[in-house]
Design a protein around this ligand. Structure first.
Ligand SMILES: Cc1ncc(COP(=O)(O)O)c(C=O)c1O
Length: 447
């Protein structure tokens, strides 16, 4: 066995031994990464790529941020691990810093290893708190890959995992570009989505619902910034029917939209918040649930039936403390907002003026989506819903050829660089994207 390994390339060894996420194993062609710095990633041949994907939209402070790396090293030298029932400085400091930046009335943080566990626990807390079982979630959503989270998820990755008994009821959130409500303004879309949500609740049984879970800005499903008033309407509906409001901020939290949490920009207070990714840029796996006072008090005298060996792992929490501190010290969140307003939005609109294949540009901060379509009138996507296409494959290869890492889902490209990206780097990425998109122009058949 080891003899044959010695004659294999690193990529062959990776493919032979590692089972990869969301893939038919025989078809994968992983980029073999050997290093990364700031917004750049280097492969085994020494080629550098500008990272417009932040990996899986998690390296919010960029790669190898020195203060975060140093905090992990220091923590490893002091106390590398500790059981969850014990206390530890890095854990309570991380919890305090997260609470101080979340919402008025945020009481406690339950730490997990990542986003999907945060979602599992938020739902469990809501069910225990209300004594109800059903959960509302949006069709256009992604909430994670474990049993409850994948059933909450709206996208087609749910289908093979759907056990049909999850208690999840899906509805369509607002999305004007592909409105299912026949709306022509953002306000109409918002009002109709709220009416549909309330009707869904009334017809499913108002006393059946424990929680609604919503990505404040749906990420993987297409970066649809909710219209003004929609989330306040959701909050009102939750209050009317005693439903727990879970804001899933795993992707859109910690600076991505130009504020600590995306809900900050909508004047609402959720009851539970799930987070992961940007909390420590994913340098060590970490996620969690922020509980308001009411949810937290439910478990003051009643045992919470849930836990994890690595809940509040000191290396992950030390990385969170350093990440949050760096975001404050270096104005990283302000940078994300400014880059979105001054460089990415105008730059992407310029690309749309040049490439008709870009049907829509939307987003904020360092969180933008491009819809690639063959016809702006019919909005025919360049790949069908739930799938890819040779055309999209060609665009992605062109991006790679230009030295650009980009996030892709179905027919969409997402421009989601680290929050630390400079103006010059963002402009360089846009120039690479511009060149890559020329291969897509031939697929445009509209006017
Ligand atoms: C909104 C949202 N929730 C949950 C998750 C799941 O997080 P993880 O992959 O860390 O389990 C993701 C991952 O992309 C996400 O975007």
């Amino acid at each position: 066995m080891s003899n044959s390994r010695s004659t294999m390339t690193p990529k062959q060894r990776e493919k032979a031994s590692v089972f990869h996420s969301w893939s038919a194993q025989a078809t994968i062609d992983p980029l073999m990464v050997t290093g990364a710095q700031g917004v750049y990633v280097t492969d085994e041949d020494g080629t550098t790529y500008l990272d417009f994907s932040s990996q899986l939209v998690n390296t919010n402070v960029g790669h190898q941020h020195p203060a975060v790396v140093q905090a992990i090293q220091k923590q490893a030298g002091t106390l590398a691990t500790i059981a969850p029932q014990h206390g530890n400085e890095s854990r309570y400091q991380a919890a305090e810093m997260i609470l101080d930046r979340s919402f008025d009335g945020a009481a406690k943080v339950f730490f997990t290893n990542g986003g999907t566990e945060a979602v599992e626990h938020a739902v469990r807390m809501a069910r225990l708190h209300t004594g109800r079982q059903k959960i509302l979630a949006a069709y256009r959503s992604y909430h994670g890959a474990t049993a409850t989270s994948i059933n909450l998820t709206g996208d087609p990755r749910r289908w093979p995992n759907d056990n049909g008994t999850s208690g999840v009821v899906h509805f369509f959130g607002p999305f004007l570009y592909r409105s299912v409500y026949g709306a022509s303004t953002a306000q109409e879309e918002s009002e109709r989505a709220l009416a549909s949500l309330e009707n869904t609740i009334l017809f499913e049984g108002p006393s059946a619902f424990a929680a609604i879970i919503l990505e404040t800005v749906p990420g993987t499903a297409g970066i649809m910034v909710p219209p003004e008033g929609f989330l306040r309407g959701v909050r009102d509906i939750c209050d009317r029917y005693g439903i727990v409001y879970i804001a899933d901020e795993v992707m859109c939290g910690f600076g991505r939209t130009g504020s600590w949490f995306a809900y900050d920009q909508h004047g609402i207070k959720p009851d539970l918040v799930t987070f992961a990714k940007g909390v420590n840029s994913g340098y060590v796996p970490l996620g969690g649930v922020i509980l308001n006072e009411e949810l937290s008090a439910t478990f003051n005298d009643r045992v919470y039936p849930g836990g994890l060996t690595y809940s509040g792992h000191p290396l992950a929490c030390a990385a969170a403390v350093a990440t949050i501190q760096a975001m404050d010290d270096e104005g990283i969140i302000e940078n994300a907002r400014r880059i979105g307003d001054e460089v990415l939005r105008p730059g992407l609109l310029d690309l749309a003026a040049k490439h008709k294949v870009i049907g829509d540009v939307r987003g904020l901060g360092v969180f933008f989506a491009l819809e690639l379509v063959t016809d702006r009138e019919t909005k025919e996507p360049l790949a069908p819903y739930g799938s890819s296409s040779p055309a999209i494959g060609e665009v992605l290869r062109a991006c790679r050829g230009e030295g650009l890492l980009i996030f892709n889902n179905f027919h969409r490209l997402h421009v989601v660089p680290p929050c630390t990206i400079s103006d010059a780097e963002a402009r360089e990425g846009l120039a690479r994207l511009d060149r890559a998109l020329t291969v897509a122009d031939k697929y445009y058949v509209g006017h």
